[in-house]
Design a binder for this molecule. Structure first.
Ligand code: UDP
Length: 482
């Protein structure tokens, strides 16, 4: 390869899964690479573009270019209803078809790679076939899992050693073998596609993605070394995986407008009502309640949350994905709730500028479903947390928060569920919220949380561990084309 070839900027294709929790961090990651002189191109389906196009425009106004290419999502071809193109719109009965349509992106992706000839493909865990596509195009594939080292190690151990087979009931705890700490889980907290002997489409996908993961060139992790040192080391040294930690990527966006635009279709209008509302509150006096972009709560569970928040006596901002619940009626709120809570609480329907809210000094606690982005954003903001996992690797993330980092408490013993029923009663919510907001235990947790937030900031600043690892990944990828 001639010298012109080695001097042209490294070109990376980023290919996130069609879900907010995957697209948002991948846009942040692409931005990070682009800000270091890498040519970054995001490949996605047309449906997803409006969710981040305003962010891309904003980033451009800051002098950083990110390219976007689209490939058609074959929803109609597999019998999905029109517009069913993002994970949060997929009800369980449609899941198989959604996977089928996702798998059909293989050929168009390959055509794009052949046409544009990037140097590397960073693709989502849920596209295991992209490993073969990259290798046919002669470039390395890096996997983006959207989670942390801790849960990567825990999940690898559960799959390899199957400790859930050694317990006599679904609720009997087992220890996850070979991890640096004694971490216990129950079978109920694992998905069926891991524990069941019946092979489903999702089970097949899960096997395929684990295999592709092991064969890939390496892994990009949105986390920082100081947060989970023992697990970052375990992943690399014991499990032998090549990985770069480059997060928290949400901290790299310094501009308030850019932060407000994350994942939002709306144009940036001055200031969100929640931020104005927070301005008049005391430091650490508000708890922020949000369960990410996918989790679906029943009306009766929402009612328990409302009653729990009221009983806790704490001020709150609560994000409710209203569209997913009972046809527009407020049956999920206790009689007179909004009037009584007029000064105490704010309910946001649909979408909130989460990072800005968490960063506001009035916010002291976070009730979270433990999606990794939310968990890490909570860490970066130095807030204490009530953990309420619902699915995916959220049960592992909960253990990291409560047992390893000791900056949060569990709302109760949860299990893997699709639609969240009313399993958690108001008393448990009230107790957990108080535990993270007031009293000595809360203060101790807050001290630890603030120290971690400071470490996170240092990690992404020039010379920090994540800053340096990102540079190291660029150097290594460049060296591959020599
Ligand atoms: N998010 C947001 N506003 C909302 C809900 C979510 O900005 O009202 C963002 C949040 O900051 C995070 C992402 O959406 O970056 C959710 O990702 P996470 O991994 O926490 O959960 P998921 O949605 O994948 O379950």
């Amino acid at each position: 390869m001639g010298s012109t070839e080695t001097h042209r900027p490294l070109h990376i294709f980023f290919f996130p899964f069609m879900a907010q929790g995957h697209t948002i961090p991948v846009v942040d990651i692409a931005r990070q690479y682009a800000s270091r002189g890498v040519k970054a191109t995001i490949v996605t389906t047309p449906f997803n573009v409006p969710l981040f196009s305003k962010t891309i425009d904003k980033i451009k106004s800051l002098g950083i270019e990110i390219g976007v290419l689209t490939i058609k999502f074959p929803a109609k071809e597999v019998g999905l209803p029109e517009g069913c193109e993002s994970a949060h719109l997929v009800v369980p009965e449609m899941r198989q078809k959604f996977i089928k349509a996702s798998n059909m992106l293989e050929q168009p992706l390959e055509q794009l790679l052949q046409k544009h000839r990037p140097d590397c493909l960073v693709s989502d865990l849920f596209f295991p076939w992209s490993n073969d596509v990259a290798s046919r195009c002669g470039i390395p594939r890096l996997v983006f899992h959207g989670t942390c080292f801790f849960s990567l190690c825990a999940s690898e151990s559960v799959i390899s050693y199957e400790p859930y087979k050694k317990v006599s009931s679904d609720s009997e705890p087992f220890v996850i073998p070979t991890l640096p700490d004694e971490i216990k889980l129950t079978k109920k907290q694992l998905p069926d596609f891991v524990t069941s002997s019946v092979e489903t489409e999702f089970g097949k996908l899960f096997k395929a993605l684990k295999e592709a993961d092991r064969k890939s060139f390496g892994v990009i992790v949105n986390s920082f070394y100081e947060l989970e040192t023992a697990y970052a080391d375990h992943y690399r040294k014991v499990l032998g995986r090549k990985a770069w930690h480059i997060g928290p990527v949400s901290l790299c966006n310094k501009d308030a407008e850019e932060k407000a635009l994350r994942g939002s279709k709306e144009a940036f209008t001055d200031q969100h009502e929640s931020l104005k509302w927070l301005d008049s509150r005391q430091p650490n006096s508000v708890v922020y309640v949000c369960f990410g972009s996918v989790a679906n709560f029943s009306d009766s569970q929402l009612m328990e949350i409302a009653m729990g928040l009221e009983a806790s006596g704490q001020q709150f901002i609560w994000v409710v994905k209203k569209g997913m619940n009972s046809g527009g009626k407020e049956e999920w709120l206790p009689e007179g709730f909004e009037k009584r809570m007029q000064d105490k609480g704010l309910i946001i329907r649909d979408w909130a500028p989460q990072v800005l809210i968490l960063d506001h000094e009035a916010v002291g606690g976070f009730v979270t479903h433990c999606g990794w982005n939310s968990t890490l954003e909570g860490v970066a903001a130095g807030v204490t947390m009530v953990t309420w996992p619902v699915s995916a690797e959220q049960f592992y993330n909960e253990k990291l928060v409560t047992q390893i980092l000791k900056i949060g408490v569990a709302v109760g013993v949860q299990q893997w569920i699709r639609v969240v029923g009313d399993s958690i009663k108001k008393e448990a919510i009230e107790k957990a919220v108080r535990q993270i907001m007031v009293g000595e235990e809360a203060e101790e947790m807050r001290r630890r949380a603030k120290a971690l937030a400071e470490m996170a900031r240092i990690a992404v600043d020039e010379g920090g561990s994540s800053y340096s690892d990102l540079n190291a990944s660029i150097e290594e990828l460049k060296s591959l084309r020599l």
